[in-house]
Design a protein. Structure first.
Length: 249
């Protein structure tokens, strides 16, 4: 089975983000990076499919040359091959999807997996755009998946916490949500193998973005908290403030 997993290099979730001097991107100084969190569920799904059905897991990433670190982490987790589409610019979902789709057309693929959203720009659109560009069926926000007889049975999260069930013929695109699995960590054997794995780097050749960031601003500072008292005697005042002032109950 030929499994493709598209991953994104993103700031870690504990990063302190602030606008850069140009006001159109974040300041990269002191920022640590990792595989975008939801992409790790996609990686685990791909590795599990390989373990169940045989085949190969290929990682595809678009980003700067420094993203080789995240790509090798994916290999250390259990993936087999990788391709890095080098681009130092921040692109919107459409430009990213266009570059990824162009590369995917050149690679064998029975299923293409994404995280349902990236932790930085949170557009949640790249996977579906890739499916549209490739003319493939897609299911997003998957929390359960079984593959057999050339088809995937998938449960996805729907509005109100409900679940919807789909069956799609392969090849298909699936975006993965927390709850689909519990992703593994890299072990020493995988780390050593990842160091020896060749990661080809080619220009992304992404098209022009359709969306431009005009200005990036930090959120307004939070209001200072209020201490209403101590012990059981403060309960009545707390309830009153939550009801009449904060209006949350």
């Amino acid at each position: 089975m030929e499994i493709l997993v598209c991953i994104r290099r993103a700031p870690t979730t504990d990063a302190r983000i602030k606008p850069a001097a140009d006001g159109k991107n974040y300041d990269a100084a002191g920022i640590n990076y990792d595989i975008s969190e939801y992409d790790k569920f996609a990686l685990e799904a791909g590795i599990l499919l390989k373990e169940q059905h045989g085949g190969k897991v290929t990682v595809l990433c678009m980003g700067p040359s420094a993203a080789t670190k995240e790509v090798r982490t994916a290999i250390a987790m259990g993936c087999d091959e990788a391709h890095l589409l080098v681009d130092d610019q921040f692109h919107d979902a459409w430009a990213t999807a266009s570059a990824l789709a162009a590369k995917i057309r050149t690679l064998p693929h029975d299923i293409v997996l994404f995280g349902w959203s990236s932790v930085d720009n949170q557009s949640a659109g790249t996977g579906q755009m890739v499916a549209e560009l490739l003319g493939l069926p897609s299911v997003s926000v998957a929390v359960s998946m079984e593959v057999a007889d050339g088809a995937a049975k998938i449960e996805r999260l729907a509005a109100g916490g409900k679940r919807e069930k789909y069956q799609v013929r392969l090849p298909a695109v699936v975006t993965c949500q927390k709850g689909l699995n519990k992703y593994r960590s890299a072990n020493m054997k995988g780390i050593m193998a990842a160091k020896k794995t060749n990661v080809p780097e080619t220009p992304a050749n992404a098209p022009a973005d359709g969306v431009a960031v005009l200005r990036m601003m930090p959120p307004p500072p939070r209001k200072e908290g209020k201490i209403v008292g101590k012990g059981p005697e403060a309960v009545n005042d707390l309830v009153r403030l939550l009801r009449d002032e904060a209006k949350v109950i």
